[in-house]
Design a protein around this ligand. Sequence first.
Ligand code: FES
Length: 322
Amino acid sequence: MTPDPDVRELTLKVRHKSEIADGVFLFELAAPDGGELPPFTPGSHITVTAPSGQKRRYSLCNDPAEHDRYLIAVKQETSGRGGSLSFTRGVNDGDEVTVEPPANDFEMAKAEPKRLIFIAGGIGITPIRAMILHCLRQGKTIFMLYYFTRTPTAMAFRDEFASSAFEGKVVLHHDNGDPDQAYDLWPVLEQQRGAHLYCCGPRGLMDAVRDMTGHWPDSVVHFEDFVGASAPHADDQAFEVRLAKSGEVYEVAAHVSILDTLRQHGHVLASSCESGTCGTCRCRFIEGEVDHRDLVLSDDEKGYDIMICVSRAKSRTLTLDL
Ligand code: FES
């Protein structure tokens, strides 16, 4: 089968599913007839529909030179009530899944840098792995990967990156959940020295890398945080959020999220991705019109729930069931 460039949705079959790290499942997706799939470039993602109807975006982690399969690694977010739970529990070998073809918001620069630095935290390794496999295929071997997880068993592709093939090119580090054990990246990032940097991981890691590379040219520092559609819009307006249970009312500034606004006022609220993809910050709203910017909620759920890390209000006031 030759891929149709205009196709908006594909039905793919799960050729193989396996747990490759604690709560991380690798899915091999292929065309039912085993034919060619729409091509992709390093850093691409696909959007899949979970059995619950929720759409989730996952980076492709295989070599883009492979034309007959997509590999995605999905971390099961048990606290999120989101699509990852539905996908990792409800999709198994032989099942069919609906997939939007690859798109890329994390492209590798065309320029030929003197060296490449890859920084990955947790499941953020997925687009980075595709980039590294692509570089190796192209004969580009001057790179370093810094890959961090809380524990060794949480590290997807650990055996591969710990193998002799990557000797001298990879630093694997585990902080055991203790910030004092975090890897010190400053010696790596203090001087740019002709490098391009690609970073994907939790918000805290990306913020730290962003801070440490503030003196680098913007054009050489690349982040994938799945903010895409959920990123602030230039025309975002302030609005007010009312908490139904306490009656408190706060002004949400144009470029501040509801989540951050509530935290600034002392509310303790759970979050994880802070980019509208995991479902952890889900809240019920009671009144007002929501500008939904997440990738978690189904159309029905958008009638009563909101992801307060990214979504905003179209009405002047939004009342939350908090
Ligand atoms: S959707 Fe993940 S924290 Fe909001």
